[in-house]
Design a protein around this ligand. Sequence first.
Ligand SMILES: O=C(O)CCC(=O)C(=O)O
Length: 218
Amino acid sequence: MTADLFADDALQQPRGREQIGAESYVLRGYALPWVERLLPELRRILAQSPFRKMVTPGGFTMSAALSSCGELGWTTDSSGYRYSPVDPRSQTPWPAMPDALRELATLAATEAGFPDFAPDACLINRYVPGAKMSLHQDKNERRYNAPVVSVSLGLPAIFLFGGHERGDKPQKISLFHGDVVVWGGVDRLRFHGVMPIKEGVHSVMGPQRINLTFRTAG
Ligand SMILES: O=C(O)CCC(=O)C(=O)O
């Protein structure tokens, strides 16, 4: 991979910080300089804990495929949503969180006004065209004092950033390869989701969007 391969994304995205809530920001293109370090680490993680489809407690199969790294990984099955120290597929610990991922997440959090972020969980979502994430709140963490840091790679997405009630009309925010969204503080429990991904092939990531969501869960 060379810098040329993500030149298109860099052109689309003037770097900068867009405020989307009282304590929420989109950091445009923030992860672009990290992509070359992130991709080999992602390949290593996914060789150990491959993407898999998970089922919600209500019996629906999620359209995004999931994996995780870090001390805790988010899982769902018929008995509920929870964080687990082991990958339910192998019953062994999730892959460790690589330094490059942790550093990116903590620097992005600092840039957004959360200097003490110490993530112990990184959920990795894979969206193929048509896959989506319904509006939800991140509420399985033990405390809500740490922000959520969400890194977008690959195909563009429309991120839905709602309010504190499910019925609140969400903002629609276009996210591109390398964008990072951080929300915390008074915004930590806002509903959010992703509209169905449009058909396409990204020059670096191929026909998919991968999202890394960092949280302090334990
Ligand atoms: O893919 C995204 O941008 C958001 C992911 C998300 O909402 C989540 O993992 O809770």
